[in-house]
Ligand binder design. Structure first.
Ligand code: PBG
Length: 333
């Protein structure tokens, strides 16, 4: 800690705030385009951007449109895209088997994007919810999500994504033991360079509502919840246990999700483990800011930026945010 702090009137902290240059010199944290990862919803079809009602400014993009977004993101210094498929109802099944189809929507998107913008990071979401008729992230039998049966499917899902061009796979399902199992499967398949971004501390949060609308899992899920696998918002220390296990199993990067309501968790994870720690400013956080902005109740651009800066200050090394392109554009303009 700083020592020798003086007292008023010798010390006047406002002296450090009275000019723009000194405020900039004294700034401890910053948000730059390199800190931002853009989640992208992909859909079937061509030349279409279908707006997501609860997420103003966000659309489900056909693969050709996703290429344009990827080029723009890359041009603005955004390091990576996180891909989420919005599957038509006809491919959703009880067991979510489309997840392991090497030609599924996400894999075709990854192949095309990798070819179009090879320098851009591509992060594949590993979980079954876009593919299951019940909207759960795993295999669902007799009212229960089966852990080990689900992991057996996830490892193949991760493999097909990696083979299609995702340099990083991101298990967001919260099954036990899936990071180690995915690591072993990738290594066996000769994919030892594929990274794993673990959604390690993912809470059972109501802030995912607009996302479930965007990928079309909301209707399938109905009134059900994910509390038997996602974390209880009441718990903090348990997040450290989750992160420790994922790191031991081979996670390269870890994530805390949601972001702003969980700054304490971001801070504790970064302080304890010192590994690359990402935060996810989730759909509901984005929607709240946009809604208040639309009402004229606050300045949405400023509120979004302040939220991202707060996550950086808490210890996040990067943030997944639907505002990534907007923010990067403003930072550069
Ligand atoms: C699904 C998944 C979810 C999100 C990312 N991956 C939703 C959920 O777990 O129900 C949420 C992202 C957001 O709300 O922006 N495995």
């Amino acid at each position: 800690m700083r020592t020798g702090l003086g007292r008023f009137p010798t010390t006047r902290l406002r002296r450090r705030r009275t000019a723009d240059w000194v405020r900039r010199v004294a700034a401890e944290h910053a948000v730059t385009p390199a800190d931002l990862i853009l989640p992208v919803f992909v859909r079937e079809g061509t030349d279409t951007a279908e707006p997501v009602a609860a997420m103003p400014g966000v659309s489900r993009l056909t693969i050709d449109r996703a290429v344009l977004a990827a080029r723009e993101a890359h041009a603005h210094g955004i390091p990576a895209l996180a891909l989420f498929p919005c599957e038509p109802v006809r491919v959703k099944t009880e067991d979510g088997r489309e997840a392991t189809n090497p030609d599924n929507l996400l894999c075709r998107a990854a192949r095309t994007l990798k070819d179009a913008v090879p320098e851009l990071g591509l992060i594949g979401d590993v979980a079954l919810d876009p593919y299951t008729s019940h909207g759960q992230d795993g295999i669902f039998k007799q009212g229960r999500i089966l852990n080990d049966e689900t992991v057996a499917v996830l490892v193949e899902q991760a493999r097909v994504q990696a083979e299609a061009g995702c340099c990083t796979v991101a298990p967001s399902d919260m099954m036990d033991g899936r990071i180690g199992a995915v690591r072993r499967r990738l290594d066996e398949a000769g994919l030892s360079e594929t990274r794993i971004l673990a959604y390690s501390a993912k809470y059972a949060s109501c802030y995912y509502g607009p996302f479930r609308e965007a990928v079309g899992s909301a209707k399938a899920l109905g009134a059900a919840d994910k509390r038997t696998y996602q974390m209880d918002p009441a718990n903090g220390s348990e997040a450290l246990h989750e992160v420790a296990l994922d790191l031991a199993e081979g996670a390269d990067l870890v994530m805390v999700k949601p972001g702003l309501p969980y700054l304490d968790i971001i801070h504790r994870v970064k302080a304890q483990f010192g590994v690359p720690t990402l935060a996810y400013q989730v759909s509901g956080e984005y929607a709240m800011v946009k809604a208040a902005d639309a009402q004229g109740w606050l300045d949405g651009d400023k509120a979004m930026f302040e939220a991202l800066l707060a996550m950086k200050r808490a210890g996040a090394d990067a943030i997944l945010t639907y505002a990534a392109l907007d923010v990067a554009r403003r930072l550069q303009g």
